[in-house]
Design a protein around this ligand. Sequence first.
Ligand SMILES: Nc1nc2c(ncn2[C@@H]2O[C@H](COP(=O)(O)OP(=O)(O)OP(=O)(O)O)[C@@H](O)[C@H]2O)c(=O)[nH]1
Ligand SMILES: [Mg+2]
Ligand SMILES: [Zn+2]
Length: 310
Amino acid sequence: MKGLVIKNTGSWYTVKTLDGHIVESKVKGNFRLKGIRSTNPVAVGDHVEITKNPEGTALITAIEDRKNYIIRKAPNLSKQSNILAANLDLALLMVTVNYPVTSTTFIDRFLAGAEAYRVPVTLVFNKHDLLSDDEIHYQRMMMDLYDHIGYSCIEIQAKSGEGIEALKPLLKDKVTLVSGNSGVGKSTLINQLVPQAHLRTSEISEAHNTGTHTTTFSEMLELPEGGYIIDTPGIKGFGTFDIEPAELSSYFRDIFEFSKQCRFSDCTHTNEPGCAVKKAVEEHYIAESRYNSYLSMLEDKDENKYREAY
Ligand SMILES: Nc1nc2c(ncn2[C@@H]2O[C@H](COP(=O)(O)OP(=O)(O)OP(=O)(O)O)[C@@H](O)[C@H]2O)c(=O)[nH]1
Ligand SMILES: [Mg+2]
Ligand SMILES: [Zn+2]
């Protein structure tokens, strides 16, 4: 029987079968996927084959090839990764200029990862109501920056629901992942989009003090207008993925544009002569924050920090 994985709670996976039944399933014994060392061989969004047991549960016996996926470092095991979700049409990256602060490095790493896995991203700026004039100004600058690079940006207030109507047409009939730091309002947004969802949310002070995330497992919900939306646990950061240093710039759209004019085709845009990227940074055609994010990812690769995980 075929089905879609809609929830992952540790060793159990909730599968929705084609005829609409919900079956709690486990992964068959030593079932492992080639190529990815992940804590979860199966992820939310996977299309799977299940075999039912007499007790009403099932075994996942096969998994269909993935179109794409989004991965993060496993929270405690640095050498392993955790697939947040698979087969995505869109990712919403929720950003808050404050409460909590979302860093540009975090945004850029997410965008580079999404480019590598071919997942389109829309940036959703939340908590407008909490921002000072200076912070609103800063947010505008960020929205201009990312819009210019080619990522659409939208501004909402998840708590009051303001701006959410504009988001709905983007999500219709798509599988959308919602990601971002812990406390930015991912579950709050999804509760607005799916009124019967009743996802748990909590004050960021509370979440931060205990160092825990309110949402601990990915979960897929059906949108009333058609399509699915996936709530995920907040992420602190991404590792790098297994790519060559000279390839990294191809995941930074703005940097990639200029890299075509570098003297050397394998230019890493650090110390090489005739580097068009460094020149573009000096002349402010490429934002310094973007270039710094690029360098920070390159540095990770030098140290071989997370390389084995990907
Ligand atoms: N003032 C204000 N607060 C908001 C807004 N959106 C969300 N919040 C609050 O932010 C806090 C965190 O929201 P959550 O939805 O739990 O955040 P999350 O991103 O799901 O967090 P994790 O599950 O830990 O990753 C809650 O107290 C929300 O009520 C907003 O637009 N304005
Ligand atoms: Mg949450
Ligand atoms: Zn260069």
